[in-house]
Write a protein that binds this ligand. Structure first.
Ligand code: FAD
Length: 322
């Protein structure tokens, strides 16, 4: 199958998010022989990020650097991306289903009068069709979609489609394109970013998440230690956030982040439906809860019934021995 594909990369402070590489792999799946063109917008030097996209499978990359793209705005990124789309006329566009992806892709799709398949977790070729699978009803069911005509435009959920191996021997052009920004309606003075030491929650392959069962902010400490030894990101239920034990940026669930790590360790979390909506598609789920009837055990692959303040430090010690 040969389609010219555009992959919209996402760089934070000039560094690409992993989902960009996964989006390149997705583009390769839908276009085995076609050209894969990457595009990255921002205010930083994007040359190195452009090369990274090439190492991960893009054939060439267009960078749009502009001070007005320092902070994401749908106006600014919209204008930059539409200028590139206009020039390149791709037959398909793929981007990560991130906060920015969720915001910009419907806008682009409406401008181009195209459809959009959002939040795909799998892409398969079945007969003549490319079938996109996406979770619906908070992950309780899966919908299969095909594109019958027009632009193939999709976003992919991070951590589901495996990126290709990095190949430093690949070469390709990284071209800077200048786009004049007109009538930007959104002006953001500054962005306050929570300092997230360590691993990015939405792209983490291991997550240790705490619930109201941790009982206090200090109760998160044993979970932090476990996360440290595992190289995991820390997450939380809304119960823990509402109780003030941790910041809302850690919230996982229907009204929080949706995650799909390889390993999700739920500690002192009851397993409310709204929490499951954000994590039930994790590849392996381990639950630690003192209540054997807790709903979280219904989705867990492995369960430990016990007091988390007893179990978690022991688990950390055991893992340190490995
Ligand atoms: P609880 O339900 O209070 O569970 C605490 C668990 O800890 C219990 O199972 C208990 O047995 C266990 N426990 C207690 N002490 C210990 C111990 N010492 N050792 C081991 N286990 C212990 N929730 C989310 O998480 N994410 C969302 O995005 C979200 N969105 C929502 C949206 C809406 C519109 C609504 C109405 C609710 C939403 N909720 C969300 C809230 C959700 O319904 C639950 O209230 C919440 O998930 C409960 O959090 P929890 O499991 O930490 O707390």
């Amino acid at each position: 199958m040969s389609r010219k594909m555009l992959v919209i990369g996402e760089a934070r402070d000039g560094v690409l998010r992993n989902v960009t590489f996964e989006a390149i792999a997705a583009a390769k799946k839908v276009s085995t022989d076609g050209e894969i063109v990457g595009v990255i917008c921002g205010a930083d030097d994007l040359e190195a990020a452009g090369k990274e996209m090439i190492y991960y499978g893009a054939d060439r990359v267009i960078t749009v650097k502009n001070d007005q793209l320092k902070t994401y705005t749908s106006d600014g990124y919209g204008q930059a991306l539409l200028a590139v789309i206009d020039e390149e006329s791709p037959e398909g566009i793929i981007m990560g289903h991130t906060a920015i992806g969720k915001d910009i892709t419907p806008k682009l799709a409406s401008k181009m009068e195209s459809g959009l398949i959002s939040d795909a977790i799998q892409i398969e070729e079945t007969g003549e069709n490319l079938v996109f699978t996406r979770p619906i009803y908070s992950g309780k069911a899966f919908e299969k979609k095909i594109i019958t005509d027009g632009l193939l435009f999709a976003t992919i959920r991070p951590n589901n489609i495996k990126a290709l191996e990095r190949d430093d021997s690949r070469s390709g052009e990284v071209t800077a394109k200048s786009v004049e920004m007109k009538d930007l309606r959104t002006v953001i003075q500054d962005v306050i970013r929570k300092s997230t030491d360590g691993v990015d929650l939405s792209e983490a392959s291991i997550i240790v998440a705490g619930g109201r069962g941790v009982k206090s902010a200090e109760g998160f400490e044993p979970l932090e230690e476990l996360a440290d030894v595992l190289g995991a990101a820390l997450g939380a239920s809304r119960g823990a956030c509402d109780a003030g034990y941790c910041d809302y940026s850690l919230q996982i669930g229907q009204t929080g982040k949706v995650v799909t790590p390889d390993l999700y360790i739920a500690v002192g979390i009851s397993g409310a439906i709204q929490h499951l909506a954000g994590m039930s598609n994790s590849k392996i789920i381990v639950a630690i809860n003192k209540d054997p009837e807790a709903n979280i055990f219904n989705v867990a692959d492995y369960g430990i019934v016990g007091d988390l303040f007893d179990v978690v430090p022991k688990l950390t010690e055991q893992i340190k021995q490995i």
